[in-house]
Structures are given as structure tokens and as C-alpha cells.
Write a protein that binds this ligand. Structure first.
Ligand SMILES: [Mn+2]
Length: 413
């Protein structure tokens, strides 16, 4: 039984106004070819299919075209899709009735039976090309507050829900390997600044890897964008995003996981994904003066490519004093170059009123909300806010992000 695990596609994403569609097309074409060449039996996509709950029509068409091509190029490959924190659960499940029920499993939100969360409803049997069940999958999506059992003191509600689902999977498995999915933040995972929206499930930002028992053969995770193995009592992996979704991710070795499952265990192989658009930064690390940046830009080797595949460029500039025509000078240095500017980071050498060099000209968007809150609190009270207050603030920010202006009816309880 061969499974391919991928995650966090974020279809419909825009990077500082630049469309990522052409990169998604390259990735999805590569994925179709890889699935075919490697004779994959089941594809698992662990959430954040779309970047926002209300994705553009083009992004949804791209997803449906992919499903259609993947189904028609193989006569048995199954596709499991779980909802992520960026997805609307009901949007993920929308085309369910149009798709073959024994080949595509869309689990946008935690399944319910007569209104009550039903862990057994998330259990699927994945079959090999001979129609023999090769794995039983507990397809758990991103969990929203109403999905979790009322907390008994001392036990984590996420752990309880996983325990119930894995138990239901084991009952169905009778010796066949059990795998589980999730879209959550496991403690110890490496996060990507500016990329993943903070989430709180069951009141906690991160959940312990202990929730996955050793009798599960593989745990396929989504949410963290850096492909990574999570230490635990079994094989737990974040597949990561297919290409950099922010400048923070530009150094990652983006990949998908190919998993060979047998009674004897599971063997993962990472396959690097294509990166059709380079992510450049000038300078490569840290900051440089305008004069240095102008000469680095002049020397930048930039081959001519179609305009929608031009490299992204982030510029980080340090200044001793404000440069009134900064933007014009950067524009002039980039004139005619086949490159797409994303961020222009500014650092001032002047010492700001908060005593921190470099913060004087930092833009609000370069701070995360917690940093703004901490600075404001310190200005008022002279000390850092207490930890419970910071946590309450982060929960509020996470709740706002999920119920923002682009929120429509979703799987949220
Ligand atoms: Mn994501």
C-alpha cells in the first residue's frame, strides 16, 4: 500500500499582490505525474487546501480540475482531504455528492451523527489496486471548539477525541495498519513566522505528540509549513507546504511524503517538489545600505522568464537617517528587471523612543499582534504582561482571524 502525503497548498494565495496560481499549476502537474510514476494508491491532503475561507473561483476550479485529472488517470487511487484552519469546512465538503464516494473522502469538519460528534464517522478504509484494504485511516480534520468533548479535568479534550477515533479505527482494522491525520500544532514543531496563523484547540496553542499511540503506523499532519518529523512513539510527519508561502519559508526543502505501508511497518521517502519561482532577498541575510543594495541589484543575475514566473524579491535596507525618495530609488534600481518586489524592509540605525535601535521605522505589519500588545502594555505599566493575559490575547486574535470579514458559513460549530 503506497500513500502520498501532502499539505498546506493554500490555493488562491496572493503574496503582496502577486498571484501564486502559476506556481500551483506547476506543483499540481508535477503531483499528477508523481502519483502516476510512483503508482500511488491513496493521496492524503492534510488541510489548508485554500488560503482563505472564501477563495477566488480560479482557486476552486484549480482544485476541482486536479481532482478530476487524478481520478481519471488511475482507476483506483483514493483521495482523502481534511479541512485546515484556513478552510471553510463546508466549502471543502461542497462537491461531495458529485464525486465517487468510494474514491474521494472530503472531511472538512469533524463528522457528526444526529448533531453529535462521531469519531467513527471519520474512519475510512484505503484499498490497494486489488481492492484489498491496506490501511484504515482516522481522517481527523482541524478541530473547532464545538468538536471537542467537554473537558474532564486533567485530560486534554484533543487527546480524548484522538483516543476515541483511533480506538474506532483499531476496531475496523483487524491487523491492517492504522494511520491518522490532523491539522494542528504539535508541541516542539518548528513554526514559520508570517506563515501559519496561530491556532488554539481546546484552549492550548500546542498539543503534545503523546496523543498519538505507538500502534498507529503513521500520523499525517498539516499546519506547520516546514516539512518535519515530530519525535514521538510513532512516525509523525508534517508534509509542509509545496513551495514557500512567505519569505520565511524560502530556505525550506519543500517536499511530499511517499509512504510504503505494510504489516511490517511504514517506510517514508521524501520527494522534493519543484520550485518554479525563486525567492530572492537582497542582501541574502541581514540588512544593507541603499548604496550597497543598488549595487547588489545591478549585479543580480536575472534570466528572462514569463512574467508570472518571475522571481520574488525582498529588500532589507538599513538607514542612518530617513531617505525621502527611497521608494523611487528602489523602483529606479529595479527598472526593467524581470523580478517581482514583495517586501521592502526598513531598519533605522537611529535609536527609537522605546530605546530599541531599529524599531523607529519598523512598520506595523512587521510586528506580530502579540509584540504590539506587549509593547503597548509595557508602555502603560512598565512591565511585561502576565502569561495568562498574553495567552488570552492570543486566543482573541486567533478567534478574530477565524471569524474575519471573509468568513462565510463554515464547519464551525
Ligand atoms: Mn497552512
Amino acid at each position: 500500500m503506497r500513500i502520498l502525503h501532502t499539505s498546506d497548498w493554500h490555493l488562491g494565495q496572493e503574496l503582496y499582490g502577486h498571484d501564486r496560481g502559476p506556481e500551483h499549476d506547476v506543483f499540481l502537474q508535477w503531483l499528477l505525474e508523481t502519483i502516476d510514476a510512483r503508482e500511488v494508491d491513496a493521496l492524503i491532503i492534510t488541510g489548508d487546501i485554500y488560503d482563505v475561507v472564501n477563495p477566488p473561483i480560479e482557486a476552486q476550479q484549480r482544485f476541482y480540475r486536479f481532482l478530476n485529472s487524478a481520478l481519471s488517470q488511475s482507476d483506483h487511487m483514493q483521495i482523502v482531504v481534511i479541512g485546515g484552519n484556513h478552510d471553510s469546512g463546508s466549502r471543502v465538503e461542497l462537491p461531495k455528492a458529485l464525486l465517487p464516494h468510494n474514491r474521494v473522502y472530503l472531511v472538512g469538519g469533524m463528522p457528526r451523527a444526529v448533531g453529535v460528534v462521531d469519531p467513527a464517522g471519520a474512519i475510512l478504509e484505503l484499498k490497494d489496486k486489488y481492492g484489498v484494504t491496506g490501511a484504515v485511516c482516522a481522517a481527523i480534520p482541524y478541530l473547532r471548539p464545538g468538536d471537542l468533548p467537554a473537558g474532564q479535568s486533567g485530560s486534554n479534550p484533543v487527546a480524548q477525541l484522538y483516543a476515541a477515533s483511533i480506538q474506532a479505527a483499531n476496531q475496523r482494522a483487524s491487523g491492517v495498519p492504522v494511520i491518522a491525520t490532523g491539522h494542528l500544532h504539535i508541541a516542539g514543531g518548528a513554526v514559520s513566522e508570517l506563515s501559519e496563523r496561530r491556532i488554539f484547540v481546546g484552549g492550548e496553542e500546542a498539543v503534545s505528540a503523546d496523543i498519538f499511540p505507538s500502534d498507529v503506523a503513521y500520523v499525517a499532519l498539516g499546519h506547520l509549513h516546514n516539512p518535519q518529523l515530530i519525535p514521538g512513539s510513532t512516525l509523525i510527519r508534517y508534509a509542509g507546504s509545496p513551495f514557500p508561502l512567505s519569505s520565511t519559508e524560502r530556505g525550506y526543502e519543500h517536499s511530499v511524503v511517499l509512504l510504503d505501508l505494510s504489516g511490517g511497518g511504514s517506510v517514508p521517502t521524501l520527494i522534493r517538489t519543484p520550485r518554479p519561482v525563486p525567492f530572492l532577498r537582497v542582501p541574502n541575510d541581514g540588512f544593507a545600505s541603499l548604496a550597497e543594495i543598488e549595487s547588489l541589484l545591478a549585479a543580480l543575475p536575472l534570466p528572462e522568464v514569463p512574467s508570472n514566473l518571475r522571481p520574488f524579491l525582498e529588500i532589507a535596507i538599513t538607514m542612518d537617517s530617513p531617505i525621502p525618495d527611497l521608494r523611487q530609488r528602489i523602483d529606479a534600481a529595479l527598472q526593467g528587471k524581470p523580478v517581482r518586489l514583495t517586501r521592502l524592509l526598513r531598519q533605522s540605525n537611529a535609536v527609537a523612543s522605546d530605546g530599541q535601535p531599529g524599531s523607529a521605522t519598523k512598520e506595523l505589519s512587521e510586528f506580530d499582534p502579540l509584540q504590539v500588545f506587549v509593547r503597548r502594555y509595557m508602555k502603560e505599566y512598565g512591565v511585561e504582561p502576565p502569561e495568562p493575559l498574553k495567552k488570552a490575547f492570543l486566543q482573541l486574535v486567533a478567534a478574530l482571524a477565524e471569524s474575519g470579514p471573509d468568513q462565510t458559513a463554515s464547519g464551525a460549530a
